[in-house]
Ligand binder design. Structure first.
Ligand code: ATP
Ligand code: MG
Length: 445
């Protein structure tokens, strides 16, 4: 079994071995290569100590990424490659980081400290795969399994619980029974993990192809850091448009939306406001008036707690709060939506609305068709450069002053009135027409 290693990485391996050291590629890049996926980055493990590594690469730019942990980043032909000394981790007293790491000459010891068997594979050109923990078998069986005793490995570093879920979701794998049971059993260990780390793993999990399956199976682990999902579990909607409970509907929507962080997050959070807004009418039909706003409140708290950046949180909040607004194939209304949301968010809102519809049972094909039509209308509006903001108007404040509109708040009011007239199709967006419209006295008495 051969792995095709980029020349920049091969170069590093050769230099290290040429200096009497052992060196191999290790971890994610080996896993991804064997799966036929393109590795994100290439990591090198070596018997060479950091000082020695720096000496060997004296002629090449290097970055001291984490000398204490044995990592030197070598910029090989412009490509950053982490070169890390074989190491064993000391005791883990904080449930996340080893108190100390010790270098070792043994690849076996280095592989044994790694989290999952599929991440504990190494490869050396010439001698081939080093698979000491059954990683290749688990790749073939599409399983995530801890290296060694799962309970102990999760107690060392609680983040591994979420990493197990993340890899399972991204790769479309399942989690081996022992590892799964230990992950569930030890879920309170996540309380000690930095929220930023949880956020990073959770976002990748959400964007994985197996997200719904993993969220469904391991909801108790997710509820450890997002307890707000709990009321959605099994919450029946008693509505002819919904045969799924709120949680199951949510999961189906997650799988139905494009795997981009803001979209997946928005869809994951969109209906969390439902349980607190539930009512039933005289016919016994369930309603959730105000759930988008209530969901927005929950989402705001969750996104802040998990330290999402302002931009992502802002987009997600907008989408959650607007997710149930009608999006009919109507030019006038779509211009209004463009004015309120802007092009980018409105496009995203269409993705959320489509997913929300796909996640329903029975399927609402008429609504999907209507959404597709509305998107086509939006595209033509945008292609024609339709005006939906003050900046897009063919006149500005200066033009209005010239025709005698009094300085001050009147100018803004007139511009807004002109924009409304354009968006409503009452006035074309040309300077002449707008000034004539303004002269006719849109400003009123
Ligand atoms: P990707 O880069 O695609 O997210 P990866 O497997 O390369 O996946 P990294 O987080 O880059 O993941 O870690 C590189 C390697 O380091 C892993 O493959 C694994 O062998 C080891 N590793 C990373 N984090 C841990 C951890 N928390 N516990 C044990 N080993 C870990
Ligand atoms: Mg990596």
């Amino acid at each position: 079994m051969d792995i095709s290693i980029p020349p920049q990485v091969d170069d590093i391996l050769r230099k290290l071995t040429g200096n009497g050291q052992e060196a191999c590629v290790v971890g994610g890049c080996v896993r991804d290569s064997l799966l036929g996926r393109k590795p994100n980055d290439w990591d090198v493990a070596t018997s060479s100590r950091p000082e020695e590594t720096k000496r060997i690469f004296a002629g090449t730019p290097t970055i001291e990424t984490g000398l204490k942990h044995g990592t030197v980043t070598v910029l090989s032909g412009g490509m950053p490659v982490e070169v890390t000394t074989y190491r064993v981790d000391g005791a883990y007293s904080d449930g996340r980081h080893p108190d100390a790491v010790a270098f070792t000459g043994s690849l076996k010891e280095d592989l044994a400290r790694r989290d999952f068997t599929i991440n504990a594979l190494a490869y050396r050109p010439g001698s081939g795969l080093v698979d000491l923990f059954g990683g290749r078998d688990d790749l073939a069986g599409r399983r995530i399994r801890c290296v060694g005793e799962a309970d102990r490995r999760f107690r060392e570093d609680g983040l591994r619980i979420l990493r197990a879920l993340r890899f399972a979701s991204v790769l479309g794998f399942s989690i081996e029974q022992e590892t799964a049971a230990a992950a569930l059993r030890n879920r309170e260990l996540l309380d000690r993990i930095a929220k930023e780390r949880i956020q990073a793993e959770f976002t990748k999990l959400l964007c994985g192809k197996g997200a719904a399956k993993i969220l469904r199976e391991y909801r108790e682990i997710i509820a450890r850091f997002i307890p707000e999902i709990r009321p959605a579990f099994g919450f029946e909607q008693h509505n002819p448009h919904h045969s799924f409970d709120v949680w199951e509907h949510t999961l189906r929507c997650v799988d139905a939306v494009e795997p981009e962080p803001a979209l997946r997050l928005a869809v994951f959070l969109h209906d969390l406001g439902k349980p607190s807004c539930y009512s039933r009418d005289a016919d016994g039909v369930g309603h959730f008036y105000g759930h988008a706003a209530a969901g927005g409140e929950l989402a705001r708290k969750i996104l802040a707690r998990l330290r999402y950046d302002k931009k992502t949180a802002g987009t997600v909040l907008t989408l959650v709060k607007c997710h149930d607004q009608p999006l009919p194939p109507d030019e006038r209304l779509l211009r209004r939506r463009l004015n309120k949301l802007g092009e980018k968010n409105l496009r995203l809102l269409f993705r959320v609305a489509a997913a929300d519809t796909k996640g329903k049972s029975p399927a609402d094909r008429a609504r999907l068709a209507s959404l597709r039509k509305a998107e086509a209308v939006l595209e033509t509006l945008l292609a024609r450069n339709a005006c939906f903001s003050l900046g897009g108007l063919a006149v500005n404040g200066g033009d209005l002053l010239k025709i005698g509109v009094p300085e001050g708040t009147e100018v803004g009011r007139t511009l807004r009135a002109l924009l409304d007239a354009v968006m409503d199709g009452k006035c074309p967006n040309s300077k002449e027409a707008l000034l004539a419209y303004a002269r006719k006295g849109v400003t009123g008495p």
